[in-house]
Design a protein around this ligand. Structure first.
Ligand code: ADP
Ligand code: MG
Length: 373
């Protein structure tokens, strides 16, 4: 059994973006002291944390300091160098463990892990050079997508190869290291399944979100996903299988494709709360951040209950400014702003969650605002 971390004890979070901020907010509600490590002054999480170590994520001295000052350590993203957390793990301060991090930060490891569990992924080949890329295309066909094994997010670090002429531009990705080539799949929907785990092998699954992307970035999540019951229970079973196998503590997310006939393919996993789970803050009895904090602190988890269907809309770049004009007219909408000063194109500035009895009508209402042109 993991030790229990109690209020007044300290949680250290690596990464100070919006996920770190929302983790910190949950932790503060529960009475923990929160420290974060992030290179940026006034980053979102630093605005709600008790202390902030301003340093790069791979600064091992700074990480050591964070670990020394914390009773338990977690991270808001998977691109943390696992090596710098070895000592933290030995001290028993990383309940999520290194295996989860190592698997989910590398697409090759992730895919072989999923295959070992007999979970379906897109057909793929590991690619290290141009010859392997050509052979890979020969076996998988067009279109395929080349992805760097590590470091990618929001569609960064990927190139879709539709024709022979795209091979050349894809080759440049190989400079960033090993890649996977995946067959480009046609699917009906994308969904995500969030699971939280605690000690006593307890695993609780959140209602499934249906995710719509624009330019590879999440745009809208609809909850619950409009999928058949059988598909839903299969998806939850798969996510739970992963969680059980890794004995996860805290929250993980499994992204999946739903095919035309209701089949499921696992796209990727994240060892953390996810953009598509933000709805849980208002729509559920426990949020993905609450259950993450509970899980890593060795607290038991409540069964997740969805109070109401909901829609989560991301606010990227200028959308965040346009949305401000509606605050006065939409008392029922839950506006979230992450406290980022500089608006940049495509930057995640905030999100809105709307609880609704008719997702169709709410989508219509959203359309009429012109926040998302
Ligand atoms: P990221 O780490 O950037 O989220 P993903 O692997 O999830 O990377 O890819 C981003 C998006 O690209 C997915 O959500 C999906 O819409 C699309 N995509 C990725 N891989 C495939 C594939 N093999 N077939 C079809 N679409 C894909
Ligand atoms: Mg993804």
């Amino acid at each position: 059994m993991t030790k229990i971390i109690l209020p007044q004890q300290t949680i250290g979070i690596i990464g100070g973006g919006q996920l770190g901020q929302m983790m910190a907010l949950s932790a503060k509600e529960m009475g923990f002291v929160v420290g974060i490590l992030d290179p940026t002054t006034n980053c979102p999480a630093s605005q709600v944390a008790d202390w902030h170590i301003k340093a790069a994520y791979d600064d091992s001295k700074a990480i050591e300091k964070l670990v020394a000052k914390s009773d338990v350590v977690t991270y808001e993203f998977e691109n943390v160098d696992a090596e710098v957390l070895v000592k933290c793990t030995e001290l028993g301060k990383l309940p999520q463990g290194l295996e989860l991090l190592k698997i989910s930060q590398n697409r090759k490891h992730e895919k072989s892990f999923l295959s070992q569990l007999n979970l379906p992924t897109a057909p793929y080949e590991i690619i290290n050079n141009q010859d392997e890329l050509k052979n890979g295309i020969d076996s998988l066909g067009y279109p395929s997508v080349l992805k760097t094994c590590s470091g990618g997010y929001d569609g960064k670090g990927q190139v879709v190869i539709k024709h022979e002429k795209d091979i050349k531009s894809a080759t440049s990705l190989l400079h960033f290291g090993e890649c996977v080539l995946e067959k480009w799949l046609t699917f009906e929907k994308e969904i995500s399944v969030i699971v939280s785990g605690s000690s006593h092998s307890q695993f609780e699954v959140f209602p499934i979100a249906e995710n719509r992307h624009q330019n590879n970035v999440l745009h809208t999540s609809l909850i619950p996903a409009d999928i058949l019951e059988d598909c839903e229970s299969q998806a939850k079973k798969m996510a739970k299988k992963i969680a059980k196998n890794l004995q996860i503590k805290g929250t993980i997310t499994v992204e999946m494709f739903v095919t035309k006939n209701g089949g499921l393919i696992i796209n990727e996993m994240a060892p953390r709360p996810h953009n598509s789970g933000h709805y849980s803050i208002e729509a559920c009895n426990v949020s993905q951040f609450d259950s993450h904090i509970r899980g890593i602190c060795g607290w038991p988890l409540p069964k997740v209950i969805l109070h109401q269907s909901s829609i989560m809309m991301n606010l990227l770049g200028e959308e965040a400014n346009r949305a401000k004009e509606w605050i006065n007219q939409k008392p029922e909408w839950n506006f979230h702003y992450y406290g980022k000063k500089e608006v940049k194109d495509g930057r995640k500035m905030g999100h809105i969650t709307i609880l609704s009895n008719s997702l169709e009508r709410t989508l219509e209402e959203i359309n009429q605002t012109n926040i998302w042109k």
